[in-house]
Design a protein around this ligand. Structure first.
Ligand code: ADP
Ligand code: MG
Length: 360
């Protein structure tokens, strides 16, 4: 028997003033998996989440949880009957209630079982011993963990999280993301997490659904979405990109960096060859000597350093290219700060570039 996904969303659509802000969004999330709905501000992420939660009414589509429609033709269960947990950016705790009462807020029934569940969750979020405190006695990170425990207490089948970390101090965030992920995995809910930060999605997601203008444009494991973007914007959403334009002839595009294979692009079609900064390689061996047309990674092209910045893990170096005066950016691991005006040879890793039809 094929198990239904924990959460299934079919062709969900929402219009405001005749404009579809969410259009035909479909996705599914298995129990114990985290899907990140990733996209720029205003692309429709929160509206999608709110429709799944039941606090926003879709114009069309279906929401199915454990094989049962909670929204669809003739069905519209209220939020509290959907078995979903919610966590938003401003996860306001009840200020007048203790931590334990906050966590137990959504729990019904037997007092002893309730106390047991509260203690279990406080331990999971590393706040054992905080039960009698009030929210104002806690740091932002601790409050966030209480909110997580509160949302998870009734064992929701689906956890919906809308930018839950964006209110937190940058320094705390990575640690809290990791510990949140551990707790979510232990609890086994299907998680749909909304974020506009690619780093957060890469860090947390089993699957990324990349959204733009109300639509999901690409869906897959973080590795695939990063390394096989569907178009130039999808590539650009994760990092700065370099673009070299050329014209495809006989499935080959000649550039100052040598020829690139461009199969599937018709003769005479303009193509964009897209390279992330870390895949633009400085050819240190050839520095100061001439280009070597037999090099495995194509032909090196010469550029003059405009500026170089050290960002901690990497250095970003901007070059003005001799061949057309365009600017290309290379990322070099560690410290590399050549002086402006220095000339260096650059190469492009053929296995790491993306080719798309040129966009005007
Ligand atoms: P995101 O969460 O990705 O930033 P939202 O889902 O909040 O995006 O919003 C998507 C679009 O829908 C935005 O253009 C927003 O202005 C619009 N929108 C959201 N809610 C309403 C509403 N109640 N009435 C009209 N427009 C809305
Ligand atoms: Mg939003």
């Amino acid at each position: 028997m094929i198990q239904a996904p924990r959460l299934q969303v079919d062709a969900l659509t929402r219009r405001f003033d005749g404009r579809a802000v969410v259009a035909d969004v479909s996705l599914s999330v298995e129990a114990g998996q985290v899907t990140c709905l990733l996209g720029p501000s205003g692309c429709g992420k929160s509206t999608t989440l709110r429709m799944i939660a039941g606090v926003e009414r879709p114009d069309a589509g279906r929401v199915i949880i454990d094989g049962v429609a909670v929204f669809g033709p003739g069905v519209n269960l209220p939020p509290e009957a959907r078995g979903v947990g919610l966590m938003f950016q401003d996860f306001a705790l009840f200020p007048h209630l203790t931590v334990a009462r906050n966590v137990g807020f959504g729990l019904r029934g037997d007092r002893e079982l309730k106390m047991k569940r509260i203690a279990e969750l406080l331990e999971k979020v590393n706040l054992s011993g905080f039960g009698a405190k009030h929210p104002h006695e806690l740091s932002g990170g601790e409050q966030q963990r209480v909110a997580l425990a509160r949302a998870l207490a009734p064992r929701p089948r689906v956890m919906l999280m809308d930018e839950p970390f964006s209110g937190l101090d940058n320094r705390l965030r990575d640690g809290i993301r990791d510990s949140t992920l551990d707790v979510l995995k232990e609890e086994g809910a299907a998680v749909l997490l909304v974020t506009h930060e690619p780093d957060e999605a890469m860090r947390m997601a089993d699957e990324i659904a990349l959204m733009r203008d109300g639509r999901i444009v690409q869906q897959g494991a973080p590795y695939n979405v990063y390394n096989a973007p569907v178009d130039k914007q999808a590539a650009a959403f994760f990092s700065d990109i370099n673009v070299i334009r050329g014209v495809s002839r006989g499935a080959l595009t000649e550039t100052p960096f040598g020829a690139f294979l461009t199969p599937g692009h018709p003769d005479g079609a303009a193509v964009d060859i897209v390279i992330r900064p870390q895949h633009l390689k400085i050819d240190f061996d050839r520095a100061g000597r001439g280009p070597n047309p037999t090099a495995a990674d194509g032909t090196p092209a010469r550029g003059v350093v405009q500026r170089a910045r050290y960002l901690g893990r990497e250095s970003l170096v901007e070059f003005r290219m001799d061949f057309d005066g365009s600017i290309l950016t290379a990322s070099v691991a560690g410290v590399f700060l050549p002086k402006p005006g220095a000339a260096l040879w650059l190469m492009i890793r053929r296995d790491r570039c993306f080719v798309f039809p040129a966009q005007v």
